[in-house]
Design a protein around this ligand. Structure first.
Ligand SMILES: NC(=O)C1=CN([C@@H]2O[C@H](COP(=O)(O)OP(=O)(O)OC[C@H]3O[C@@H](n4cnc5c(N)ncnc54)[C@H](OP(=O)(O)O)[C@@H]3O)[C@@H](O)[C@H]2O)C=CC1
Ligand SMILES: O=C(O)C1=NCCCC1
Length: 343
């Protein structure tokens, strides 16, 4: 995006208007109508729910990636019905979300008939928050778990150099008296996007987040981004989960490990070309009791134990505000988005 003076004036935009604006940007930068529709919806949802590291903040990255030719914005995913509980998609060097959208009807049908179904997406680029991929399944009464591996920037616990991606895990389950229980977390101490935002805003990151180019602990986001690296959350435990994500999202799908791609011949490219795995379970086939009532009981007991905030509560509060008052955006940022949509 071009440099424009910052005035810190905030403005608001409706969800539908933001989706239309983002669709125009994606289309203008080489995405097919279907790809533009899916990505715009995903990115607007993230912004609406306050997931700022994966909302409109990502648009310049999407645009430069599409412009560089690194990702195919016109890709048509190839869905294969490989086994009773298994669906495989070749995203054809496109984004992961259109691949999921293409495979979704078959995946849900299989989960409902067999009780469980697995979706393996390969040759894909995931540049977004993961919860929008799982939350809709729980809204339909299904339990969903997804993992995606990303670009190398995390030092495995006990190692000397980065190897893993920030490798998020997202989970969604229905509950009786409220929105689904959803969490979505990077297995690094902090998402790479949040380090970029901290650097842009001149803020420090929390202790224990990353190291500089000499492997020394640092709270300076620029030192992490420029030759340094991130650490897994929770030491060996987060590191083990990150390793699991590499195995499930890359080895099991036929995708790249986080360290296996090289975008250096595509200046401006930002997205990792990796893989994604989704597991969808129909709880009516397993528990022999009402799963949504059982998850509600768990939430009730957690609240009774003093819990004030469930994962997802902050997102739902932000969503409710956005539905009342519009999605709040910096005025200059909105102007830059409009400029990108014009060409
Ligand atoms: N595509 C990719 O390759 C990658 C994408 N990402 C994305 O980055 C995003 C940010 O990840 P990350 O920084 O780890 O997320 P956070 O640490 O902000 O949040 C992780 C989860 O914990 C919940 N949570 C946070 N604080 C609390 C609290 N005090 N009490 C209870 N629950 C809490 C959040 O709910 P709530 O949302 O309601 O705050 C969320 O579900 C994710 O959407 C992830 O998918 C990250 C890495 C790579
Ligand atoms: O924030 C992150 O970490 C990432 N987000 C999108 C893709 C790469 C890593």
């Amino acid at each position: 995006m071009s440099a424009t003076p910052t005035t810190a004036v905030t403005t608001s935009i409706g969800f539908t208007e933001l989706v239309t604006l983002l669709k125009d940007i994606f289309s203008r930068h080489g995405a097919s109508p279907e790809v533009a529709r899916v990505l715009a919806d995903n990115c607007a949802r993230a912004e609406r729910d306050g997931a700022h590291s994966h909302g409109v903040f990502r648009i310049p990255g999407y645009v430069s990636t599409l412009d560089s030719g690194w990702v195919n914005g016109q890709a048509v995913p190839v869905v294969e019905d490989v086994a009773s509980g298994f669906v495989r998609v070749d995203a054809a060097n496109g984004f992961a979300q259109p691949a999921l959208a293409a495979a979704r009807p078959l995946l849900v049908a299989k989960a409902r008939s067999a009780g469980i179904a697995v979706l393996a997406i390969r040759n894909s680029h995931h540049f977004a928050a993961l919860w929008p991929d799982v939350e809709p399944f729980a809204e339909e009464g299904l339990v969903a778990l997804s993992v995606v591996n990303s670009m190398t920037c995390v030092v495995p616990h006990g190692a000397d150099r980065p190897l893993f991606g920030t490798n998020p895990i997202a989970f969604a389950a229905p509950r009786a008296d409220g929105p689904p229980i959803v969490f979505d977390l990077a297995t690094s101490a902090i998402a790479h996007g949040d380090v970029q935002i901290a650097a842009r805003q001149g803020e420090r990151v929390p202790p224990g987040t990353g190291v500089d180019s000499l492997g020394q602990p640092t709270q300076d986001p620029k030192a992490i981004l420029e030759g340094g690296a991130l650490l897994p959350f929770g030491g060996h435990k987060g590191s083990a989960l990150s390793m699991m994500v590499e195995l499930l999202a890359a080895a099991l799908t036929g995708g790249n490990f986080s360290f296996e791609f090289d975008w250096s011949n595509h200046p401006g490219a930002k997205t990792p070309w990796t893989g994604q795995l989704l597991i969808v379970i129909d709880p009516s086939k397993t528990a022999g009791q009402d799963f949504a009532q059982r998850s509600q009981e768990l939430v009730r007991q957690m609240h009774a134990a003093g819990l004030r905030r469930l994962p997802g509560d902050r997102r739902h509060r932000t969503r409710a505000n956005a539905e009342r008052e519009g999605i709040r955006l910096d005025g200059d940022e909105l102007a830059r988005l409009r400029e990108l949509a014009r060409g």
